[in-house]
Design a protein around this ligand. Structure first.
Ligand code: FAD
Length: 145
């Protein structure tokens, strides 16, 4: 027996990890009709496995941090293989990414005064990794869903 259903949408997002879900939210907030489709259960994406945290030069722990330093650390640690323009887009936009996740309700680890906690991770000059315990990716996935 055929069991078909037709659905129409303006934009079809294929893949429901962090990038697909985030893109779908951006479109929906702009008033565009969007459908996000994944091939696995909704919590099953690489995004949900990320444990260490998410990098952004918020300067909550080390005020001298900057997106330029984040970009420089990233390019150096890539042994100069990373595309500088892509690194700039990611490093410069990272703080907005965190702000958006906060707005969607993500439970970041915080200091007692309410600041988002940041810790060292990878090849950073400053503490730059925001996190949610050791389940940051799972919390990102939950928040975006
Ligand atoms: C164990 C682990 C730890 C990590 N730790 C960190 C960390 O601490 N910090 C950090 O920044 N990054 C970390 N990463 C990397 C980070 O998780 C990924 O770079 C990021 O989640 C990628 O997101 P994505 O949306 O592009 O891909 P994914 O999360 O992989 O999402 C892709 C989605 O597309 C779906 N899909 C694929 N093909 C199809 C298809 N044909 N049709 C429909 N759906 C499809 C998949 O099922 C999946 O749901 C880690 C990764 C792993 C695996």
């Amino acid at each position: 027996m055929r069991n078909e259903q037709q659905i129409s949408t303006s934009v079809l997002v294929i893949g429901t990890g962090g990038s697909g879900l985030r893109a779908a939210i951006e479109l929906a907030e702009a008033g565009t009709d969007v459908l996000a489709v994944g091939k696995r259960p909704r919590h099953d994406a690489h995004t949900a496995l990320a444990a260490g945290g998410i990098n952004a030069a918020l300067g909550t722990m080390d005020a001298e941090d900057s997106w330029q330093q984040h970009a420089a650390d990233t390019i150096k640690e890539s042994y100069f293989l990373a595309d500088p323009r892509t690194v700039q887009v990611v490093a410069e936009g990272a703080a907005r990414g965190i702000e958006d996740l906060e707005r969607y309700g993500m439970n970041f680890a915080r200091e007692t005064d309410g600041r988002i906690s940041q810790r060292f991770f990878g090849a950073h000059k400053f503490r730059r990794t925001a996190f949610a315990g050791d389940y940051t990716g799972l919390e990102i996935q939950r928040t975006l869903i």
